[in-house]
Design a protein around this ligand. Structure first.
Ligand code: BEZ
Ligand code: MG
Length: 766
């Protein structure tokens, strides 16, 4: 009976700031929940008391409209006494080592553990507690493994044993549960994700373009993922025809009542034909007829609402731009999402159809959304095609570096490997590492890439470039075999009998072996990541929470968290700390590099990019203290580009933060839109902190746009005062930390605004 089923919808608050409740990549979370619950209600689920609008829902979860200003607290749905907590949570004592006796001071009133959220009939909407150490620099620095805090555990004890959920629905990418310490795969009952989720079936709405973290949610918290559509990037001008189509569609919107509608529609149709979308024209026509003025491109996706005409067209034009012969039924797939349908299947305990995750533009099989996301056979990469693309990028990178550096080859490139990007590109960035050091992957008869052989120096036509590879924790989890392959490749190259001026891997490994008194194979340790069960450098958390003193502290975090190496000579040993070799290898880097594969996520969209950037760290480690060049490859289009990091940051600021089309699109999402704007600015400060590659004008123009414009400033403050306060604070911080020079007037105004919004939030003037 649907009416009896109990569902615990769990939203995230990341970073842990009240303005962030209900965060998820590309998703308008509250609007989506509202849409899902309205639909479930029709099916007979008991959602008694559900308010009339999604805005009202937000207000109730965040207490109420007044409380948004006057109370720092979310709505408390349940107070759990310490004794009850201990009875319901058998692993509670295991948390005491890190957090002391319960209740502790997180999600707690000092006596009880507090569960935040609200119940509507048989549906509970709750706010997942945060990691809890975001504001604590010492923990950020040293927590190789920590544990959930008592409030975190209490939340899941409540869901399973007090509320007695039949299923939990984690709403949107991504939460903290599946990143809690424990084994990487194959959880045991001593692993925290396993303890937390207990026996509750876990359903998880997840961004279709994030198969790597979706895989972690599946492996570590037994999630049945349901993909949701990620709106395409709105770099309209970059894609053929899209800009024109977009403009036509918006003009249709404003002019349809003036009698010019039919004319505009016929121009839209012919433009669509020029964009190779003619097979979709009939559907497109009916789609345009449904245009809703509310929906704007670049906005956030709402589950259960098919994409707006603009989103659909943008996706289609992107797909067509890659000249894909096999497509033709595409629009149908874009609009035929099964996001609600799959959820209902899952809630009945039925099968949810699996499908690949990834970029719908590269792989249209990602559509229609609503699939249980899977990645790929981790041993199948890099493919031959990925190797071909990798070679082009590596040669362009080297050429660019020679131009910028008096014709010299880089001796070492420090680079980043991500899981997501290697899944989507079938191993392009993995292939880039292999090509830098001059080896080629060899696949066996089953297509498994488990061997490499050196490319001759004649064929390579240049020296072998040394590398320092920083694998994300996600990459380590997904591609441990490929880490093994890379380590074997580097060690093999170090041992080649070649002149050191043509083999920088050997050159450096010999020097390091000598200095450290170790053998050449150990000195040739280049494949690094976090310790097992640990993710990220945490620089992103420190920046998001302004909980860092100076850049040196951030660099120490990077060194202590990312200096774990994989050693193919020590099978089964896992990740071992090799900080000295890591530092020495980084100190030889002339360039830092990351491959950007995604057409939707750019440098300031998420905090993970600067989190993995070692540019300033390398500078501090180099003997000559010279700043390394920093490059970003953009392989999102057929013609891969290698740009400097500062060029890419500028481009990103112009297309996102400072682009009226982008920020107005965001603001049409209201509350969550303000946060998106604030996030871009915070991430920009992150880039200043890790690389120093942000121009002053970026901050200056942002200040002009969001603060000096009185009307804009008021809109932001009213829509989401908490995020607005963070925005103001971030401007002040950018100035205080020396990343933004501006007039004293500007700073004074920011200070005033800060206390004004503070008073407003604290309710002083009420
Ligand atoms: C990855 O796919 O490797 C990744 C995902 C999120 C953050 C950082 C890395
Ligand atoms: Mg990571």
């Amino acid at each position: 009976m649907q009416a009896e089923k109990k569902l615990a919808i769990t939203v995230f608050s990341f970073p842990p700031d009240k303005g962030n409740v209900g965060t998820a990549a590309y998703l308008n979370v509250f609007a989506s929940i509202f849409s899902v619950l309205s639909d479930l209600k029709k099916d007979g689920y008991n959602v008694e008391g559900l308010p009339e609008t999604s805005e009202a829902l937000i207000e109730e979860i965040l207490h109420d409209k007044e409380a948004q200003f006057s109370s720092p607290n979310l709505n408390v749905v349940y107070k759990m006494g310490v004794r009850e907590y201990q009875e319901l949570t058998p692993y509670a004592t295991a948390l005491e080592e890190n957090w002391g006796k319960p209740p502790g001071n997180l999600n707690s009133d000092g006596e009880n553990l507090l569960v935040y959220g609200k119940q509507y009939g048989n549906v509970f909407i709750g706010v997942q507690p945060t990691f809890g150490y975001e504001g604590d620099p010492m923990r950020l620095l040293f927590s190789k493994s920590a544990s959930p805090h008592h409030g975190f555990a209490a939340y899941y004890s409540f869901v399973e044993k007090v509320f007695k959920a039949d299923a939990v629905l984690h709403f949107g990418t991504h939460g903290s549960l599946e990143f809690m310490p424990g084994k990487q795969v194959g959880m045991s009952d001593a692993c925290f994700p396993d303890s937390l989720i207990g026996n509750i079936p876990n359903i998880y709405y997840y961004a279709a373009n994030n198969p790597s973290e979706a895989t972690i949610a599946k492996r570590r918290s037994y999630a049945n993922t349901i993909s949701y559509l990620t709106p395409p990037a709105e770099n309209a001008g970059l894609y053929k025809g899209l800009k024109q189509l977009g403009e036509l569609i918006s003009s249709y919107q404003s002019l349809k009542d003036t009698g010019r509608g039919p004319q505009i529609v016929s121009t839209i149709i012919s433009t669509a034909r020029q964009c190779n979308l003619d097979k979709d024209v009939d559907l497109l026509y009916s789609k345009i007829m449904e245009i809703e003025s509310r929906l704007l491109p670049c906005g956030l996706h709402v589950v259960g609402e098919p994409p707006s005409a603009m989103e659909a067209v943008a996706t289609l034009v992107n797909i067509a731009a890659l000249d894909r012969p096999e497509e033709g039924d595409c629009l149908k797939l874009v609009v035929a999402d099964n996001e609600l349908g799959s959820l209902k299947q899952a809630l009945e305990g039925k099968f949810v159809e699996p499908g690949p995750g990834g970029d719908p533009i590269r792989n249209p099989k990602v559509l229609p959304t609503g699939k249980n996301i899977h990645a790929l056979d981790p041993q199948s990469i890099p493919t031959e095609a990925a190797m071909q693309s990798a070679k082009v990028v590596v040669e362009r990178l080297i050429e660019r570096q020679k131009i910028d550096n008096g014709g010299n080859y880089p001796e070492t490139v420090a680079l980043v490997l991500w899981g997501t990007d290697n899944i989507k590109t079938y191993g392009e960035s993995l292939g880039q590492v292999l090509w830098m050091i001059g080896v080629r992957p060899i696949a066996d008869t089953f297509g498994r890439v488990n061997r490499v052989e050196p490319v001759s120096l004649e064929e390579l036509g240049r020296p072998r470039i040394d590398v320092v590879v920083n694998c994300s924790g996600v990459f380590r989890d997904l591609f441990i075999n490929q880490m093994n392959l890379l380590d074997r490749a580097v060690k093999m190259v170090a041992e080649l009998d070649e002149p050191v001026e043509m083999n920088y891997v050997r050159k450096h490994a010999l020097e390091q072996a000598e200095t450290l008194g170790i053998d050449i194979r150990e000195a040739a340790t280049r494949i690094f990541s976090n310790a097992s069960g640990s993710y990220s450098s945490n620089i992103n958390l420190a920046v998001e929470n302004s909980s860092w003193n100076d850049e040196k502290q951030l660099q120490d975090m990077y060194l202590s968290r990312k200096s774990f190496a994989f050693d193919s000579d020590a099978p089964g040993a896992g990740m071992m700390e090799k900080k000295k070799v890591f530092e020495m290898a980084l100190s030889t880097a002339d360039a830092t590099f990351q491959n950007l594969d995604s057409s939707e996520i750019s440098l300031t969209d998420v905090s993970h990019y600067f989190d993995s950037d070692p540019t300033n760290l390398v500078q501090s480690l180099r003997k000559d203290k010279k700043k390394p060049s920093a490059y970003i490859a953009d392989t999102t289009t057929a013609n891969a580009q290698v740009r400097t990091l500062s060029e890419t940051v500028r481009l990103d600021a112009r297309t996102k933060l400072l682009n009226p089309k982008w920020y107005e699109g965001m603001m049409s999402s209201g509350y969550e839109g303000v946060r998106e704007i604030e996030k871009r600015l915070t991430n920009t400060v992150g880039w200043s902190a890790t690389s120093g590659q942000v121009d002053n004008w970026v901050y200056e123009e942002a200040n002009t746009t969001f603060i000096q414009d009185e009307e804009m400033m008021k809109r932001l403050m009213d829509m989401n005062p908490n995020s607005f306060r963070k925005l103001v604070q971030t401007f002040l911080e950018a100035n205080g930390r020396g990343y933004w020079e501006t007039s004293e007037d500007n700073i004074e105004k920011l200070r005033q605004l800060y206390s004004e919004v503070e008073d407003k939030i604290e309710g002083v003037d009420r």
